[in-house]
Design a protein around this ligand. Structure first.
Ligand code: VGL
Ligand code: ZN
Length: 197
């Protein structure tokens, strides 16, 4: 059984959004067209409470894209984005949400960010997605969406480490690319055994 996992295809990551990924809106139609080829379609949704600890605005004297040390490791600070219930947190209007079997939200814990669809950034706290996939007998995952160097990267590496057969469709992702983060992500995914198609 194979699943398409669409990562964070939300307004705030598209042009005009709070944390816009260049061309983030240009992959939506081709993602929609891919959905019928899979046994399951799963959407992830970045879903932060206001004042989340990953927001620069929650820290004194910090700016977006500064990096701070959190108890679980280094954390990039972001502009406020994907606040629960906001327009920015909604999926891109043209994304075919009706095809989704599951929508998994992440980043709701105020003290920990969660790039990955599987574990929060402490790499320990599970989102429950692994159990969902295993109990449905899904072993093959194709990942698309935003952003290639953050949430797609972390999700793909975690999935590969958990033993899933993982393909990332590079052409159906777009990246933020902060300080070489894209090159590092591609190398890390390759090392973890992710197929970059
Ligand atoms: C993401 C930064 C902060 C992503 C989410 O979806 O890649 N990046 N929150
Ligand atoms: Zn976020």
């Amino acid at each position: 059984m194979k699943a398409l996992i669409v990562i964070d295809q939300q307004n705030d990551f598209c042009p005009g959004g709070a944390l816009a990924v260049p061309e983030g809106d240009q992959i939506v139609q081709r993602i929609n067209a891919l959905m019928p080829e899979f046994d399951a379609v799963i959407l992830t949704q970045d879903w932060h409470p206001a004042g989340h600890s990953s927001f620069a605005s929650s820290h004194d004297d910090k700016n977006p894209y500064d990096v701070i040390d959190m108890p679980y490791g280094p954390q990039v600070l972001w502009p406020d984005h994907c606040i629960q219930g906001s327009m920015g947190a909604k999926f891109h209007m043209e994304l075919q949400q009706d095809r989704a079997d599951l929508i998994i939200r992440k980043g709701y814990n105020p003290a920990i960010d969660s790039y990955s669809a599987f574990f929060e950034n402490d790499h320990k706290t599970a989102t429950g997605l692994e159990g969902y996939l295993r109990t449905r007998g899904i072993t093959e995952l194709t990942m698309v969406g935003l952003a290639l160097d953050f949430c797609v990267n972390f999700s793909a590496v975690d999935a590969a480490n958990l033993g899933f057969d993982v393909t990332v469709r590079r052409d159906l992702c777009r990246a933020i690319d902060l300080d070489g983060s894209l090159a590092a992500a591609l190398e890390g995914m390759d090392k973890a055994g992710v197929t970059l198609a």
